[in-house]
Design a protein around this ligand. Structure first.
Ligand SMILES: Nc1nc2c(ncn2[C@@H]2O[C@H](COP(=O)(O)OP(=O)(O)OP(=O)(O)O)[C@@H](O)[C@H]2O)c(=O)[nH]1
Ligand SMILES: [Mg+2]
Length: 178
């Protein structure tokens, strides 16, 4: 593989409790149909997604506790970007804080960890937190999303694109290369 191609290979890991919407985000990215049936991920799922000239290897790590303990350490290693997903309920946001602490042990200091406050469509229904509030608790950059809404695909792409630019700069790429 050419070094320019390698430079554009980026590992993105989605991490979060069960049923917060990680797999739905992968479907949104890959333009797959978004059905609302919940099928828990076992272990992990891996998809390749192209964003501009970057090839993303997107790891969707299962949220269930036994998988988390068993595999996620190995799977997180080598991540260029970690996206912690929360369903924006107070309880889940607090547990996501623990996940962020956990993840920091397996990646370098320069690996960005960001958060997505998902299920924003339910905010007015059952009092979920807005992204600003979630970000204050998690103390990482946090973006709101409704992953079941196909119209929000660009919202998710733009969140990732912003981090990709940082990865590219860190790798010494010039702006005209990405
Ligand atoms: N209302 C609403 N439901 C959502 C949203 N995103 C995902 N869901 C639903 O939440 C459920 C769980 O979504 P998944 O994407 O499978 O969750 P996951 O995080 O991959 O769960 P695990 O694989 O168990 O770790 C599904 O029924 C989705 O349709 C959202 O933004 N709003
Ligand atoms: Mg899943």
């Amino acid at each position: 593989m050419l070094s320019t191609e390698l430079n554009k290979l980026v590992k993105v890991s989605f991490l979060g409790a069960p049923a917060v919407g990680k797999t739905t985000m992968l479907k949104l990215l890959a333009k797959n149909t978004i059905d609302r049936i919940y099928m828990p991920t076992h272990g992990f799922d891996l998809k390749t997604v192209q964003i501009e000239s970057f090839t993303l290897k997107v790891w969707d790590l299962a949220g269930q506790r036994n998988y988390l303990k068993m595999y996620s350490k190995d799977h997180l290693l080598g991540s260029d970007i970690i996206i912690v997903v929360t369903d924006s309920t107070p309880r889940n946001v607090l547990s996501s804080r623990e996940l962020i602490n956990y993840a920091t042990h397996f990646v370098g200091k320069d690996c960005p960890i960001i958060a997505i406050a998902n299920k924003q469509d339910l905010k007015s229904v059952d009092g979920r937190m807005n992204p600003k509030r979630v970000g204050e608790i998690l103390r990482v950059e946090t973006y709101g999303l409704t992953a079941i809404n196909p119209e929000e695909r660009m919202v998710l792409i733009n969140i990732i694109r912003k981090e990709l630019e940082r990865v590219a700069i860190k790798r010494g790429m010039r702006e005209d290369e990405f």
